[in-house]
Design a protein around this ligand. Structure first.
Ligand code: A3P
Length: 293
């Protein structure tokens, strides 16, 4: 793994109407034919919306008592496989998911809703979609593309800003992703990054209700404190520091963990342009994402 020669940065291309890179499309047939089990839990997000945070919460809730060694010996990407991931010389996310020994299996995807293997719906799996306000999501994605050799070049901030609005990102347009999932909201549970920042304990309670767990007060406290930003940032098994494809000197994976960091990047003119465009693309008023709290 450490000796793995880093592949060149991938290029974006159109895949069934969504801009993608080959790392997430090459195993398409196998991924589409993935056999879900009724107790599987799928964590679905647009990249940088809080995937790792919710993954760590779920893993701690389910296995923190019964197999705590998992949490200290296995990195998050082994505990919660990334279903569509297909990087040369690494086991595919699909094979990892097939071989997961846990019940339930926790599985991560960044697919837009129309790409999710149909077995998850047929088996009535519990699905959790995490969304984050577009402005912070964009800023977080920018830093991620700067530091991650597995992503296309980020370019400068101004061009990234335009590309994000145009939907030329890995896993496509944020707007299409969030709108597409929102249309199916009756079939899964939604979580919002901003709500988790506001009151992590409250959101963990809601999550527990959805998945049918009732941890003791002590267990819950352990999870809540274990997933605080600084604790996850310092946790080698949650912070991705073991992946050579990411260059933490450029930017750490656990970067800031804040709501409203966009204000440090958007110019006044960009903010106006963004808001006008957002209004056109996000017509469903039942979906309200908070970019300040
Ligand atoms: P920032 O880049 O804004 O800091 P994902 O896991 O979907 O890739 O999302 C990564 C983003 O979630 C990063 O945002 C990261 O810092 C943030 N994050 C991860 N764990 C967090 C936590 N425990 N509390 C707050 N933010 C967290």
């Amino acid at each position: 793994f450490d000796k793995m020669e880093l592949p060149p940065r991938p290029k974006l291309f159109d895949f069934h109407g969504v801009s993608m890179v080959h790392f997430f499309t090459q195993n398409w047939e196998n991924v589409q034919n993935f056999q879900a089990r009724p107790d599987d839990i799928l964590i679905a997000t647009y990249p940088k919306a809080g995937t790792t945070w919710v993954s760590q919460i779920l893993d701690m809730l389910y296995f923190g008592q019964t197999s705590p060694e998992r949490l200290t010996t296995l990195p998050i990407y082994e505990r919660v496989p990334f279903l569509e991931m297909t990087i040369p010389n690494l086991v595919t996310g699909k094979d990892q998911a097939d071989e997961l020994p846990t019940t339930p299996r926790l599985i991560k995807t960044h697919f837009p809703v129309q790409f999710v293997p149909k077995s998850f719906w047929e088996q009535n799996c519990r699905i959790i979609y995490v969304a984050r306000n577009a402005k912070d999501n964009m800023v977080s994605y920018y830093h991620f593309d700067c530091m991650n050799q597995g992503q296309p070049e980020a370019g400068d901030w101004n061009s990234f800003f335009q590309r994000f609005m145009d939907g030329n990102m890995v896993f496509g347009s944020w707007y299409d992703h969030v709108n597409g999932w929102w249309k199916k909201k009756e079939t899964y549970s939604n979580m919002f990054y901003e709500d988790m920042i506001e009151d992590t304990g409250r959101e963990i309670d809601k999550l527990c209700t959805f998945i049918g767990l009732s941890p003791s007060a002590e267990e819950k406290e352990k999870v809540t404190s274990g997933v605080q930003f600084d604790n996850m940032k310092n946790n080698k098994m949650a912070n991705y520091s073991t992946l050579p494809i990411m260059n933490f000197k450029v930017s750490p994976f656990m970067r800031k963990g804040k709501v409203g960091d966009w204000k440090n990047y958007f110019t006044v003119a960009q903010n106006e342009q963004f808001d006008a465009d957002y209004k056109k693309k996000m017509k469903d008023r039942t979906l309200q994402l908070r970019c300040v709290i």
